[in-house]
Design a protein around this ligand. Structure first.
Ligand code: FAD
Length: 392
């Protein structure tokens, strides 16, 4: 490890690897510091991703894909099922362990140095500028200097806070998640299932994502507003015993998903926040892989430009905020507004919406229709629904 890099990236997830790739491609000397022993492991993710989002970053490698998804099912509290086919595009369930690893190889191939077991414990701040990080690497305390630090340290991010950015997430917007990887389940290998309502997952949803060979990720996310009252593990365990009594639970994990609006200002002098650290998760779905990659891509590119121009100031880096807002930030704000309304629906209202949608012939159902039906109590949001699904 050198004592100085142009750009230090904290975290080797999708956001960090994309940021490092773009910064290195732009001519900067870059290192990734990852606290865990392995890149891509442990996996804390349902691993669902859209094909169109993924394609933006290059060819999709077959070894990343555990299952191809063409259909989705929404189940309302009283068990009403709405089956819908994705029109035009499909989705995937990834092997994130392989996927994250490959993204990091991409960054390394572009010239980034990668260090695991490198735990960043603090920032160097001089004259109001972030000028590097303090870390423990394989037992040795070190300081690495930089012109730009990119914080891609995920949902538990502390780097932003160290620099004075308010990164706390309101309880109601923090989804507490638990997931099992299970085997021996008899499920449709090309369909993802979502179960909604207080009986399944208060303020969130419960998911069943197939991973091929009768295996699946089965998980639950409940809003932090309900964690005193409900126990996510119990809800999930009860669901699995009821629906998949023969399931073998191979792994289990817990984690948080910040389903908030993205941070409006994710930069300081010498610092850029990307991915979960900048609350870039889609607040409606809880999906954050693509937006972390986008945040990293944009942030890494702007970091490289700042190195070329020798301007590491927040006013130069502010362009990152603007590009993110235009690319997906405004859409995520809209999703957040829609989520607020949907999470206020009672189980009875969800059942009634499901019954109405059920009357639309299956081949005519679209996601836009479903979401329009969900926000009918607040007609001002119908335009938001149209905009997010039209990609405006
Ligand atoms: P991460 O992938 O979390 O990477 C951050 C990295 O930083 C980690 O490797 C961590 O070890 C490292 N790090 C943290 N602190 C330090 C430090 N101090 N020093 C060095 N390294 C550090 N998204 C989807 O798109 N689809 C899904 O199906 C989906 N399901 C999910 C299910 C669950 C239960 C959870 C919890 C999340 C899910 N997500 C899903 C969200 C998705 O996993 C994240 O949005 C995505 O991983 C964010 O990428 P990132 O690079 O910002 O952060």
């Amino acid at each position: 490890m050198k004592d100085r890099y142009d750009v230090v990236v904290v975290g080797g997830g999708p956001g960090g690897s994309m940021a490092a790739f773009k910064a290195a491609k732009g001519g900067a000397s870059v290192c990734i510091l990852e606290k865990d022993r392995d890149i891509g492991y442990p996996v804390r993710c349902g691993e669902a991703i859209g094909e169109s989002g993924l394609k933006q970053f290059g060819d999709i490698q077959p070894e990343w894909i555990a299952a191809s998804i063409t259909d989705f099912r929404l189940v309302s509290p009283n068990g009403t099922r709405i089956d819908t086919r994705f029109s035009g595009q499909k989705g995937f369930i990834l092997h994130r362990r392989i996927f994250d690893y490959d993204l990091c190889i991409k960054a390394a191939s572009a010239g980034a140095d990668v260090f695991t077991k490198a735990y960043v414990s603090g920032l160097m701040i001089e004259d109001g500028y972030v000028t590097g990080v303090r870390l423990n690497h394989l037992g040795d305390e070190k300081v690495v200097r930089s012109h730009i630090v990119i914080a891609a340290d995920g949902v538990e991010s502390r780097v932003g806070r160290w620099a004075g950015i308010r990164t706390n997430v309101k309880m109601k917007d923090m989804e507490s998640c638990m997931q099992y990887s299970v085997a021996n389940v008899d499920i449709n290998p090309n369909r993802i299932d979502f179960f909604v309502g207080d009986v399944y997952a208060p303020g969130g949803y419960l998911w069943v994502f197939p991973k091929g060979d009768n295996s699946a990720n089965i998980g639950i996310g409940i809003s932090g507003a309900h964690t005193q009252q409900y126990n996510a593990k119990k809800l999930l365990d009860d669901f699995i015993s009821r629906e998949y009594p023969k399931a073998a639970k191979l792994t289990s994990m817990c984690g948080g998903v910040p389903c908030a609006s993205p941070l409006k200002d994710a930069v300081k002098n010498g610092l850029i926040l990307v991915g979960d650290a900048a609350h870039q998760v889609n607040p409606m779905t809880g999906g954050g892989i693509i937006s972390a990659m986008k945040g990293g891509w944009i942030g890494g590119g702007i970091a490289a430009e700042s190195i070329l121009t020798h301007d590491y100031s927040a006013s130069f880096l502010n362009r990152y905020n603007q590009v993110v807002r235009k690319d997906f930030g405004d859409t995520h704000h809209r999703f957040h507004r829609i989520k607020e309304v949907i999470s206020s629906l009672t189980d009875r209202e969800l059942d009634s919406i499901a019954q109405n949608i059920g009357k639309i012939p299956e081949d005519k159902r679209t996601l836009t229709q479903i979401f329009k039906a969900c926000v009918v109590k607040k007609p001002s949001l119908i335009l938001d629904v149209i905009k997010v699904f039209a990609g405006v």
